[in-house]
Write a protein that binds this ligand. Structure first.
Ligand code: NAD
Length: 430
């Protein structure tokens, strides 16, 4: 296990012409910080991750051979409480990507004003080529290697891309076996039977819907009948599409990693969800026309929801986007250069750190319920989520209007201010 405490970002450089997720996250931070009068050393503490851990994970594969995977856990901040953030399984996972995602978690938790810092984890692997047993062994070994750096009061993981409630149950069990007693609050996003919260699976999508509703009110667009396009049809994308559909919006296109579907009259989302449960992909569903998913971001619509991966809206395609509102279900889907183009074209972007914060909000509810050992009804969860999301949207909107800046810069300013205030109250242990 390699542990790096602080100061690691200076060594990062992306090899691609396109900026990396981390460089984007740092540029977003710098743009907001430039509008605030903050001491340089304090900015340095706020910007850099507090701790990064790299683990090498030898796993016995089903063919009887060992394969070694690399896993990461980055804790960006613990100023406001335990670090909090998901775990991603994807071939492109790098320390750089995980660090960006961890920083966004810090700002996200501050925007919804919950007592957590920010973290993220990931393993570079292709889960589509691995069996359930291999994934279980990988998850358990990753958890065991991180046993000293995670914990209910230290760092609480959750699902992200290609991880789900089952993954969380394995983490909970592994951690509990080492602790010699059941510790449900070690992870969130668990199955309800093992201490999960009602409403957690749908929480990120529900939060995206609430943010879209608030944005539509502000932009005076009727959500009923509004044409929506959703990129990514996993946890976030499918739930957002379903809830938008329930609210009377028309989902005219959806896409996943395999391809896209288009139907100008609106796709029957509940039917499509049933289809995807069996086929694992949207293409092939008979109620819509297949199309090349590269075109999805440019489709005619009022609301565009990127809900797949980062860096999809760039300076190359931002000018072709026709949506009036972009609701960032995914983390980091828009590059800073694309942001500038979208702003000049009057597109209203609900930034990721606000838009998809419903997931971590209900994760917080789950952690609270686990620690109380007393569980809430789904109505209680949803109504508490609604008040927090509406307040967060209003706080960011007011910050944006007061400072004549876009919603992303406003969200960063609000979050940086909240983390800094706590840091100043606690004092710096130097
Ligand atoms: P998921 O694994 O459930 O789904 C990901 C979806 O994106 C799949 O449909 C996949 O096919 C699609 N996809 C992947 N690559 C694509 C590509 N190149 N083009 C089009 N589609 C592609 O993941 P998820 O949990 O829904 O997460 C999606 C995004 O939302 C990520 O950015 C994640 O960090 C963010 N997020 C997730 C949560 C959560 O609670 N799950 C919370 C906040 C933010």
């Amino acid at each position: 296990m390699l542990i790096i405490n602080g100061g690691i970002l200076a060594t990062y450089k992306s090899t691609d012409i396109q900026l990396s997720a981390l460089e984007n996250a740092m540029r977003q931070f710098d743009e907001a910080a430039a509008r605030m009068n903050i001491d340089r050393a304090m900015l340095d503490i706020l910007k850099q991750p507090r701790r990064a851990v790299i683990v090498r994970l030898p796993i016995l594969m089903d063919n009887g051979k060992f394969k070694v995977f690399t896993g990461y856990r980055v804790q960006h901040s613990i100023t406001r409480g335990p670090a909090k953030g998901g775990i991603r399984y994807h071939p492109n996972v790098t320390l750089d990507e995980v660090s960006a995602l961890a920083a966004w978690m810090t700002w996200k938790c501050a925007i919804v004003n919950i007592p957590f810092g920010g973290a993220k984890g990931g393993i570079a692997c292709d889960p589509t080529t691995m069996s359930k047993n291999e994934l279980e062994r990988l998850t358990r070994r990753y958890t065991a290697d991180l046993i000293d750096v995670i914990g209910p009061d230290i760092d609480v993981p959750a699902p992200d891309v290609n991880t789900d409630a089952q993954t969380m149950a394995w983490i909970m069990d592994t951690y509990s076996m080492h602790a010699r007693h059941t510790v449900t609050s070690i992870v969130t996003g668990k199955p309800i039977e093992v201490g999960g919260s009602r409403g957690r699976r749908e929480a990120t999508g529900r939060g995206v819907l609430i943010a879209i509703r608030e944005a539509c009110k502000f932009k005076k667009i009727s959500l009923k009948g509004a044409r929506c396009v959703v990129q990514g049809f996993g946890n976030v994308g499918s739930v957002t599409a379903d809830l938008l559909h329930n609210d009377g919006a028309r989902i005219v296109a959806v896409g996943d990693v395999y391809g896209g579907l288009h139907n100008p009259d609106g796709i029957n989302i509940p039917e499509l969800i049933e289809y995807v449960k069996m086929s694992k992909k949207v293409v092939g569903y008979p109620g819509a026309r297949p199309f090349d998913s590269d075109e999805i971001l440019k489709m005619d619509c009022e609301v565009l929801v990127p809900a797949a991966l980062e860096n999809v809206i760039t300076e190359k395609n931002a000018k072709d986007i026709k949506a009036a509102i972009i609701a960032e279900g995914a983390n980091g889907p828009t590059t800073p250069d694309a942001d500038r183009i979208l702003e000049s074209r009057g597109v209203f972007v609900i930034p990721d750190i606000l838009c998809n914060s419903g997931g971590v909000t209900v994760s917080y509810f789950e952690w609270v319920q686990d620690r109380m050992g007393y569980f809430w009804t789904e109505e209680e969860v949803n109504s508490r989520l609604e008040s927090i999301m509406v307040k967060a949207f209003e706080d960011v909107l007011q910050m944006s209007l007061a400072n004549s800046c876009n919603m992303r810069i406003a969200a960063f300013m609000l979050a940086i201010r909240r983390v800094l205030d706590v840091m100043m109250l606690r004092g710096v242990y130097a």
